[in-house]
Design a protein around this ligand. Structure first.
Ligand code: NIG
Ligand code: FE
Length: 441
């Protein structure tokens, strides 16, 4: 029998550390593969490696994974070490599958009003850009954001994060970008942090002050870029409100040179980098991301050959957001299959936002990725856990059930992880644990 036992050094000697055991796991997807995980995010065939353990057990302590293995292996370890302390809590997975908690590496969860009017107009034939040019789109969310109180936004955001968690997300990235001035960008980032602590979800906050040129700066692009680089980013960093910086890099929003300037400033301030790249036009955003060693390049619907080879040769994760294409009623999905086959490390996110992707469920994103972008179910699982953790720089903390990482895991309602994308629209998550604590969503 293959050796599937993985333990933290010393666990057999110190069973006192164990406070939670999950037993009777029909299929454990640890995603742990020590031989691959020193080499950066998963790419190529590595995106199919799930570290599957049948008839498995999971030992946890102080919110961390201590050991994983088959029932037989773990029982052997336990009896050698004299059995478990009587105080240990035991959870029966009833033969179901257990997987790492999902990591959603790209969302715009803090917003006020929803934009179902635009949804309806698009169904009638208007495009996203036409609606934006007529005063809708990001600008209408900005106007709305500026009029909302922090309390009201906190309540809305908390509610949305609860639903994301119910669908299995235990780590989420949240961007600002509907404030577009110092006061409102900071307000959004404070709300993101407070809402995440209220629901017990791990959060990474990203300053996206360069989401759009605010209307009051029309004709004064240089002034706005100075506001972002000289006031907003330094203040956000000095108040500890964000870990990353993002730019919407498109010819109609911020061009390559402007994006480079903003990202360089963010990097000098100590932020990690990500880019909304090559979404509407093939524009070199992916290549810029790879060159600047960004953690991720996101969207990539229009990525060209140069962009693909630049990403394949880098550690920058390609974060694909098929929820936008689906929700906008379009057909041009990012070339996920080609990118994986070419060696790019691919992750998936919801891009949850009130305009282009009002989707909070990563299981639904997996379904779209499998049927519309020909990703294998195993690849879609890696893309929503381990590779999305890499996209956020959290690969040492979460994204797989390797010993030492946070005990973020899901007990599914079935015995087979492939049923996650298969039952499109269904919630496949039965029980959710974040850092070893059960969340009742
Ligand atoms: O990721 N691409 C730019 N930003 C969002 C859309 C935001 C909005 O429409 O409010 C996105 O798709
Ligand atoms: Fe986005």
């Amino acid at each position: 029998m293959a050796d599937t036992l993985r333990t933290l050094a010393g666990i057999a000697e110190d069973l006192k550390a164990v406070d939670l055991v999950v037993e009777n796991i029909g299929q454990l997807c640890t995603l742990d593969a020590p031989e691959l995980d020193g080499q950066g995010p998963r790419r190529g065939n590595g995106m199919n490696v799930l570290g599957l353990v049948p008839d498995a057990m999971l030992l946890l302590g102080a919110g961390r994974v201590l050991a994983t293995g088959t029932r037989e292996e773990i029982r052997g370890e336990l009896s050698r070490a004299g059995g478990l302390p009587a105080t240990v809590k035991i959870i029966d997975a009833a033969g179901r599958a257990v997987i790492p908690g999902f990591v959603d590496p790209h969302t715009h969860t803090v917003f006020g009003k929803t934009r179902q009017d635009e949804y309806e107009r698009r169904i009638q034939g208007e495009t996203y850009l036409e609606i934006a040019a007529a005063g809708g789109g990001i600008h209408s969310s900005v106007a709305d954001m500026r009029g909302r109180s922090e309390d009201e936004l906190l309540e809305l955001t908390t509610e949305r994060l609860r639903e994301m968690m119910a669908y299995g997300t235990t780590t989420v990235e949240i961007k600002s970008g509907y404030g577009l001035n110092l006061e409102n960008e900071m307000k959004m980032l404070r709300v993101a942090g407070a809402a995440a602590s209220a629901v017990g979800i791990r959060v990474v906050r990203t300053c996206l002050a360069a989401h759009e040129l605010p209307v009051e700066y029309r004709g004064r692009r240089g002034d706005y870029i100075r506001l972002v680089t000289e006031e907003i980013l330094p203040r956000v960093v000095s108040e500890g409100l964000a870990e990353r910086c993002d730019v919407f890099c498109e010819p109609s929003v911020f061009d390559l040179e402007e994006s480079r300037k903003i990202l360089k400033c963010a990097r000098d301030l100590g932020l990690s980098l990500t880019i909304h790249a090559d979404e509407l036009e093939s524009f070199g955003g992916a290549t810029l991301a790879a060159r600047m060693r960004a953690d991720s390049a996101d969207h990539l619907i229009k990525i060209d050959e140069d962009g693909r080879s630049a990403l394949a040769a880098s550690r920058t994760v390609a974060v694909l957001l098929p929820g936008t294409v689906f929700s906008l009623g379009l057909r041009n999905y990012a070339p996920a299959r080609e990118m994986i086959d070419q060696g790019c490390a691919v992750a998936l996110a919801t891009d949850f936002n009130p305009g282009s992707s009002p989707i909070r469920s990563l299981p639904l994103i997996q379904s779209i990725a499998c049927t519309q972008m020909r990703m294998a179910p195993a690849e879609s699982l890696v893309a929503t856990t381990l590779n999305s953790a890499w996209a956020l720089g959290l690969q040492k903390e979460t994204g797989s059930l390797a010993p030492g990482k946070a005990a973020d895991f899901l007990i599914l309602d079935s015995k087979d992880f492939r049923l996650i994308p298969y039952f499109a629209g269904h919630n496949p998550v039965k029980r959710i644990f974040a850092s070893g604590i059960e969340i009742t969503a």
